[in-house]
Write a protein that binds this ligand. Structure first.
Ligand code: SAH
Length: 202
């Protein structure tokens, strides 16, 4: 391994460790579909965003359906100039220097002052179309790039994005561990496959 990639690997490791220390998502409300991202996976995702040139020290980031803020805080630690965490469930909120919270419904967010949206919203598996206001908020916003984590089974995401003037590509996949209250629809040993999309304007 050369020096540069060793440095990258160490930064990634450090990011994963920092993110794993965040207060865990309270996981209390099944109707809000709180599937939390784990530190290692969040760090891999954010490294991918940086490598693609979508995140640097000028980037204003908004995390929609932020939970404990793991994705937005990851972008903040990777150098984002500002980070807003939008989350409806006040129990998720905690103090973290350098990031701001908007505690409220995703529909209350203005859609402005943003370059990059990162989100792992509700998937619409428990409550049909729960992901819809998130997709609409993102694709109607002023952002230039949108990263979305969704169930790998979701087939509606790309057509919806395209109908709103965005094009998308799959950039990463993985398995998510499900919290115990979702065990009734587990696919394999309490995990479910997820996909990460990157969308840019057409
Ligand atoms: N992004 C976090 C949390 C994912 S779970 C992570 O990846 O770990 C999805 C989050 O969306 C939950 O915390 C839930 O409370 C929040 N949420 C659900 N509906 C919402 C809405 N209408 N407006 C804002 N947040 C909402």
């Amino acid at each position: 391994m050369d020096f540069v990639s060793l440095g990258l690997l160490m930064r990634l490791r450090h990011l994963a460790m920092e993110l794993s220390k965040l207060p865990p998502h309270p996981h209390l409300d099944v109707s809000l579909e709180q599937y939390a991202t784990e530190g290692d996976f969040a760090a891999r995702w954010i490294a991918e965003i940086v490598q693609r040139g979508d995140l640097d020290e000028r980037t204003r980031v908004v995390d929609l359906g932020a939970g404990n803020g793991i994705l937005g805080i990851g972008c903040h630690l990777a150098g984002a100039v500002s980070t807003l965490l939008v989350e409806k469930d006040q129990r998720c909120q905690h103090d973290y220097e350098g990031v701001e919270w908007l505690i409220g419904d995703v529909q209350e967010w203005s859609g402005g002052d943003v370059d990059l949206i990162i989100m792992n919203p509700p998937w619409g598996a428990q409550v049909a179309m729960a992901d819809r206001p998130f997709l609409e908020a993102a694709f109607n916003s002023e952002a230039g790039v949108v990263y979305l984590l969704h169930s790998a089974k979701a087939t509606h995401v790309l057509p919806l994005a395209e109908s709103m003037g965005w094009e998308g590509e799959l950039v990463l996949g993985g398995a998510f561990r499900l919290p115990p209250q979702y065990e009734h629809h587990q696919s394999r040993e309490g995990t479910t496959e997820v996909s990460i999309w990157r969308f840019i304007r057409n």
